[in-house]
Design a protein around this ligand. Structure first.
Ligand code: ATR
Length: 271
């Protein structure tokens, strides 16, 4: 049996097993299985060795272990830049981060072209790092708005990208192609929260991309739709970061539509 899985603490609510196991089934890969494994923070190092010794081929890594696993694997350039590993391949003990490619692939899949365009990223945590790294890499002019300004400054210095830190008002005054919510604000259960100030109109013509996928339509997306803006939720990014890990472990092209369906089913059936 080829075993892969997700480690986190907690991990019960992870949607990844449903998504990957549906993909294995659809492709007749009956010798593959995706597990979820609850690992408390203090035994991460030991657990990685145990799982590898027990024949796991690779892992997804989620909160709170994404930084903690870094010293125990060979982190690639993307993982190092983002400062977090979300996918491990035990066969060569490497760690990468597929959030960046997952996000960028989803922009392409949605026909959102941002090369040379101005983009606002809300947030300066790990998810924002993945977005800023990817967006800068394709030549977008990135503006970061974050509650803690210094964190945004640090992000730019660490990633060594040409981006700027702004306030909502400054950023909203410019012609913007895309606004990305890379924070968890708006996530269940606090579904009435939105980072964007209610009294500040969103820039006209900007697509609003919310990395939050629970609920499917966040408060920010509702505000944007009310203004006539196009909105995209975060489910596609979740699928495509998983698809990138699937491809890495199996070498097989992932059935993205099957993975989407598995997630829709899981999300509509409740927690
Ligand atoms: P992740 O790795 O998922 O991105 P994180 O590193 O905890 O998570 O980062 C969370 C981001 O959401 C940060 O940008 C945080 O702003 P600060 O840097 O000021 O802490 C932002 N964030 C979270 N809750 C927020 C809130 N209620 N209002 C504004 N920003 C918030």
């Amino acid at each position: 049996m080829n075993k892969v899985g997700a480690i986190g603490w907690p991990i019960e609510h992870s949607l990844s097993p449903a998504m990957h196991n549906a993909a294995f089934q659809a492709l007749g890969m009956n010798d593959w299985f995706y597990d979820k494994i609850a690992i408390p923070p203090d035994i991460v190092k030991l657990s990685l060795r145990e799982l590898r010794d027990h024949g796991y081929i690779g892992l997804n890594v989620t909160v709170p272990h994404k930084q903690a696993v870094m010293p125990f694997v060979k982190a690639d350039a993307i993982a190092k830049a983002i400062g977090a590993v979300n996918t491990i391949d035990f066969r060569n003990n490497t760690g990468t981060n597929t959030d960046c490619s997952g996000f960028m692939d989803d922009l392409v899949a949605n026909g959102i072209h941002i090369s040379g365009e101005a983009v606002i990223v809300l947030g300066a945590g790990g998810a924002a790092r993945a977005a800023v790294y990817g967006l800068s890499g394709v030549g977008a002019k990135v503006m970061i708005v974050n509650r803690t300004r210094q964190r945004a400054e640090d992000l730019i210095a660490d990633l060594q990208v040409n981006a700027s830190v702004m306030t909502y008002e400054e950023a909203a005054a410019l012609p913007v192609a895309l606004i990305v919510n890379a924070t968890s604000v708006g996530l269940e259960p606090k579904i009435h929260e939105s980072l964007w100030p209610e009294d500040l109109p969103l820039p006209k013509d900007a697509v609003i991309y919310d990395m939050v996928y629970r609920p499917a339509r966040t408060r920010l997306m509702q505000m944007a739709e009310g203004q006539g803006s196009r909105v995209v939720g975060g489910l596609g990014m979740l699928v495509r970061q998983g698809a990138a890990a699937f491809k890495l472990w199996t070498g097989v092209e992932p059935p993205v539509e099957v993975m989407f369906s598995a997630l829709y089913e899981k999300l509509s059936s409740g927690p």
